[in-house]
Design a protein around this ligand. Structure first.
Ligand code: FMN
Length: 191
């Protein structure tokens, strides 16, 4: 079967792509604007280049048509903390995907614990093993799409000392998104 993506409805295209381009990493993005801390997960997320370190995340609109709070905050403050979650965070990730008004904080609404490890950026979520501190670089409108890919400069990265050694070798257990599910790492297959 060959499916013509140009002819399929948007929700079908999403279902096809999110169940076959996988597993996708989850950018659990914390932003802060006018004292309100916002957190939400995004899986249309990918690293693009390592030097300079740049990643892309595609963020859509709320049902009301306004940009999602994460997008509005990044465009406004130019800053984001991208947490890389692990399986212990699955419940909080799902809760933080609830659409709240811009002046409400998912952190407060769902009691998600945070920790400030970099005074110049929004806090990390407690228990994440890695988090990137990023600034807005650019965006690229895709004609016809309500979703805006934004490019982020990854300036520095926090690691929990437990998962990195003195040679900077990182050993983290992956958590990914497949369709509507999360998957965590099982067997490693030799490359
Ligand atoms: C695992 C997961 C991945 C998601 N990925 C995306 C994504 O890539 N782009 C997007 O616009 N929304 C995505 N969402 C939905 C947003 O998290 C959701 O709309 C959230 O309410 C946005 O919050 P905000 O308005 O505080 O930014 C995802 C949700 C989940 C649970």
């Amino acid at each position: 079967m060959i499916l013509d993506l140009e002819k399929l409805e948007a929700n079908k295209c999403y279902s096809i792509m999110s169940n076959s381009i996988f597993p996708r990493p989850i950018a659990w993005i914390v932003t802060e604007n006018s004292g309100v801390i916002n957190v939400a997960p995004f899986s249309y997320f990918a690293p693009l280049t390592s030097k300079p370190a740049v990643a892309v995340v595609s963020i859509g609109k709320k049902e009301s048509g306004e940009p999602k709070d994460t997008l509005a905050n990044i465009l406004d403050t130019k800053k984001a903390t991208i947490c890389i979650p692990n399986s212990s965070h699955a419940d909080f990730i799902s809760k933080s995907a609830t659409s709240l008004s811009k002046d409400s904080s998912e952190i407060e609404e769902f009691n998600i614990p945070t920790k400030r490890v970099n005074p110049d950026f929004p806090p990390i979520i407690e228990g994440v093993h890695a988090a990137y501190f990023a600034t807005f670089r650019d965006s690229y409108e895709i004609e016809g799409s309500p979703t805006l890919p934004i490019f982020l400069n990854l300036l520095s990265v926090y690691f929990d000392d437990l998962i990195i050694n003195e040679n900077l070798k990182v050993d983290m257990k992956a958590l990914g998104r497949v369709g509507a599910f999360f998957i965590t790492e099982g067997e490693r297959i030799k490359a």
